[in-house]
Design a protein around this ligand. Structure first.
Ligand SMILES: [Zn+2]
Length: 107
């Protein structure tokens, strides 16, 4: 009889088993063949919106920085202050975005 490892408790069980006799979990053959398929971290990069979200989270702060630079060149003091704030917030957003993404993708 062929034996496999239970993906939930790592005990040796029969390859034909539908339910683990050690931990009582129901076994799905696909999950055993590819345990990473259930990992949300691998899911994130396969999600159809993954690319657009990554682009958006990088593009928005860049837009903020560009707008900030434009405002920095203005003569009005309040406009320049707005520009400074915009750049500062964009940089903070970029750093936070990178931290969040590293959590989502698991880098
Ligand atoms: Zn088990």
């Amino acid at each position: 009889m062929e034996k496999i490892k239970c993906p939930f408790c790592s005990e040796e069980i029969m390859a034909e088993a539908k339910k683990c006799r050690f931990c009582g979990e129901f076994l799905n053959k696909q999950e055993i063949a590819n345990p990473a398929a259930n990992d949300p971290k691998t899911h994130a990069s396969k999600h159809p919106s993954y690319g657009s979200f990554t682009v958006l989270s990088l593009l928005l702060p860049i837009v903020g920085i560009v707008v900030g630079i434009v405002y920095l060149t203005k003569k009005d003091l309040l406009d320049r202050k707005l520009g400074e704030h915009s750049i500062a917030m964009s940089i903070v957003g970029m750093i936070l975005g990178c931290i969040l993404w590293s959590f989502v993708i698991g880098i």
